[in-house]
Design a protein around this ligand. Structure first.
Ligand code: FAD
Ligand code: FES
Length: 366
C-alpha cells in the first residue's frame, strides 16, 4: 500500500538537496572518442572530493537517462569541475555528450558521491601505484593532481593502457604534470593497437605487467604504498589478485568499477528471494513511503514505478547512488561491488540490486 506519492519536476529537483544544475562552460575534445565538459562553478561552489563522480541526468529521445561520470578535476587545483566522457559503441548517453553538448547547456546532476578517493596529508610519504585503462584515467587524474599538490613527499607511478597513441586521454596533461613535478610522477603507457612507429610496450595490460609494476613500487622502501585501480573488470580482477599475492593488504587497494558484465540470471541467483510480494518502507529526505515490491522487481524499480523520487544512477550495483541502510527485515543483493566491506557490515544495501527476502523491510536513504 502506498501512503505518499510524489514525483519531482525539474524545478522541484533543483530545490531538492540531492540535485543541482550545472552549466557547461567549455567542451574540450581530448581524443576522437572522448570529450571533457567543464562546468561553471555554481554558487556556493561545488563541493567534491577528488575521484568522486557526478550523476548526469539528461532527457534523450523523451526518456530520462542517468549515468555516472567521474570528476577528472581536482578541487585543490582546478577552478572549474569537469567530467570526461568516452564514447561507447551504441551508447546512448556517451554519444549524446560527445556529439550534442555545447557550452551554455544546463545539466541537472546529483551531488558528487563515491568513495574512490584518498586521505591527503602533507606528512604522508607514499608511493601511489595507479593502474588504469581507457576512461579509467578520469578519476585518477583528479586524485593524482591532488596528491602532487598536497603531499610534497609522495610519488605517483601510473600504468596506463590505451588502444593507440591517438586514444591516450590526457597524454599532454600527464606530460605537463611530469614537468611541473620532476621526479615525482612517472607514466608507463601500454597500447593494444599502436601504430608501427610506437616504440613502447604493446598489448593489453595483463597480470604479469601488474606484477612487475607492483614489484618495482613495493621495492621503494622509503615510501608506503597505495594502489588505485580503475579499468575493465578483467584487468581489475587480475590487479587485485596479483597485488594480494605480493602481500599488498586490502586496505592499501582502492578500486572503481565503471561497468560490470551482466550476470547470467538463469542459475539459482534468485535463491533466498521470496516469491511473494512484500511491503517495503523507505525514508527519504525526512518522508516515509510504503509500497509493495513484487518478486520480479528490485526495491528501486518498485519505488520508481510508484513515482517516488529515489536516488539512482547506474542501476547495476556500482555507483552507490541508491545506497540505503537496512533498519529491519532482510534482502538479497544481486550485486554489491560498489559497497565496501565496512558498509556491508554496517547494514548498507543498494536498492537497485536488492529484493526482499523477508517482510517488514525498512530502509533509510540518507
Ligand atoms: C562510478 C562510475 C563512474 C564512471 N565514470 C565514467 C567516466 O569518468 N567516463 C566515462 O566515459 N564513463 C564513466 N562511467 C561509465 C558511464 O556511467 C556509462 O556507463 C557509459 O558512458 C556508457 O553509457 P551509455 O549511455 O553511452 O551506454 P549505454 O547505452 O548504457 O550502453 C551501451 C552498451 O555499452 C555497454 N556498456 C555500458 N557501460 C559500459 C562501460 N562503462 N564499459 C563497457 N561497456 C559498457 C552496455 O552493456 C551496452 O551494451 C562510469 C560509471 C560508473 C558506475
Ligand atoms: S544506482 Fe548505482 S549502485 Fe544502485
Amino acid at each position: 500500500m502506498l501512503f505518499n506519492l510524489f514525483k519531482k519536476n525539474s524545478e522541484e529537483k533543483e530545490a531538492s538537496s540531492q540535485y543541482i544544475t550545472l552549466q557547461v562552460r567549455e567542451v574540450v575534445r581530448e581524443t576522437s572518442d572522448a570529450v571533457t565538459l567543464y562546468f561553471d562553478q555554481p554558487e556556493p561552489h561545488l563541493e567534491y572530493l577528488p575521484g568522486q563522480f557526478l550523476t548526469i541526468i539528461l532527457i534523450i529521445n523523451g526518456k530520462e537517462e542517468r549515468r555516472s561520470y567521474s570528476l577528472c578535476t581536482s578541487p585543490f587545483v582546478d577552478p572549474f569541475p569537469g567530467i570526461t566522457v568516452k564514447r561507447l559503441k551504441g551508447g546512448v548517453v556517451s554519444n549524446y555528450i560527445n556529439d550534442l553538448v555545447f557550452p551554455g547547456k544546463k545539466i541537472t546532476v546529483m551531488r558528487p558521491m563515491g568513495n574512490f578517493t584518498c586521505d591527503y596529508h602533507s606528512k604522508n610519504k607514499r608511493h601511489y601505484g595507479m593502474i588504469v585503462a581507457g576512461s579509467g584515467i578520469t578519476p585518477i587524474l583528479g586524485i593524482t593532481k591532488s596528491i602532487l599538490i598536497n603531499e610534497p613527499d609522495a610519488k605517483v607511478s601510473l600504468l596506463y593502457g590505451s588502444r593507440n597513441e591517438e586514444q591516450i586521454i590526457f597524454k599532454s596533461v600527464l606530460e605537463n604534470l611530469g614537468n611541473q613535478y620532476p621526479g615525482r610522477i612517472q607514466v608507463f603507457h601500454k597500447l593494444s593497437q599502436p601504430s608501427s612507429v610506437w616504440a613502447g610496450t604493446k598489448g593489453r595490460i595483463v597480470a604479469s605487467d601488474i606484477q612487475n609494476f607492483g614489484r618495482d613500487l613495493l621495492a621503494d622502501s622509503d615510501h608506503e604504498s597505495r594502489f588505485f585501480l580503475c579499468s575493465p573488470q578483467e584487468m581489475m580482477e587480475a590487479g587485485k589478485i596479483s597485488l594480494a599475492e605480493m602481500g599488498v593488504s586490502k586496505d592499501q587497494i582502492f578500486t572503481e568499477n565503471f561497468f560490470i558484465e551482466a550476470k547470467d540470471k538463469s542459475g539459482n541467483e534468485e535463491e533466498g528471494v521470496q516469491q511473494i510480494t512484500q511491503e517495503v518502507t523507505i525514508t527519504l529526505e525526512g518522508q516515509s513511503y510504503t509500497f509493495d515490491v513484487t518478486p520480479d522487481k528490485t526495491i528501486l524499480e518498485a519505488g520508481l514505478d510508484m513515482d517516488i523520487d529515489m536516488p539512482y544512477s547506474c542501476q547495476s550495483g556500482l555507483c552507490t547512488a541508491c545506497r540505503g541502510r537496512l533498519l529491519s527485515g532482510k534482502v538479497t543483493m544481486d550485486e554489491d561491488a560498489g559497497l565496501s566491506e565496512n558498509e556491508i557490515e554496517a547494514g548498507y544495501i543498494l536498492c537497485c540490486s536488492s529484493k526482499p527476502k523477508s517482510g517488514e523491510i525498512k530502509i533509510n536513504i540518507e
